[in-house]
Ligand binder design. Structure first.
Ligand code: UDP
Ligand code: MG
Length: 141
């Protein structure tokens, strides 16, 4: 199992100023934040990031939403990070998310669900590199 995941605080949660509370949840759950920035994706960049979903019916809505305003990509480290982070964020649809998860508290719909988490170690590596291609911090945080 790997120790990296990529989180993205999505435009809905950025607009609602929920990023401070969400970061607090992430740190309280024992994740180390190794990279963090505010970014804004073009539609083409959102299409590239979510290319794995290009055949899905929600692809157009998802990519226009993800390019609709500022986002906060965050590189995380923890033992078994992908599974631990998906447990912390909860189900894709907030109506199905467990009490106490980030999506249960902050998501408003299955599309506008506040936060992204990587779904595998392989994708975590790719997604961290997508937003943070050059690491300027070494390792002793
Ligand atoms: N999504 C959507 N409608 C759906 C399923 C997913 O708009 O029926 C969006 C939602 O924002 C989700 C993203 O597409 O977070 C990626 O979907 P995925 O199945 O990978 O869910 P996740 O891994 O984010 O829980
Ligand atoms: Mg996913």
């Amino acid at each position: 199992m790997g120790n990296k995941s990529l989180a993205i605080i999505k435009p809905d949660a950025m607009r609602a100023n929920h990023f401070g509370k969400i970061i607090d949840r992430i740190l309280t759950a024992g994740f180390k934040i190794t990279e963090l920035k505010i970014a804004r994706l073009t539609l083409a960049q959102a299409e590239t990031f979510y290319a794995v979903h290009r055949e899905r019916p929600f692809y157009g809505e998802l990519t226009s939403f993800m390019s609709s305003g500022p986002i906060m990509p965050i590189a995380l480290e923890k033992d078994d990070a992908v599974t631990a982070f998906r447990d912390l964020i909860g189900a894709t649809n907030p109506a199905e998310a467990t009490e106490g998860t980030i999506r249960k508290e902050f998501a408003t719909s299955v599309g506008q669900n506040a936060i992204h988490g990587s779904d595998s170690d392989e994708n975590a590596e790719k997604e961290v590199a997508f937003f943070f291609p050059t690491r300027d911090i070494q390792d002793n945080l």
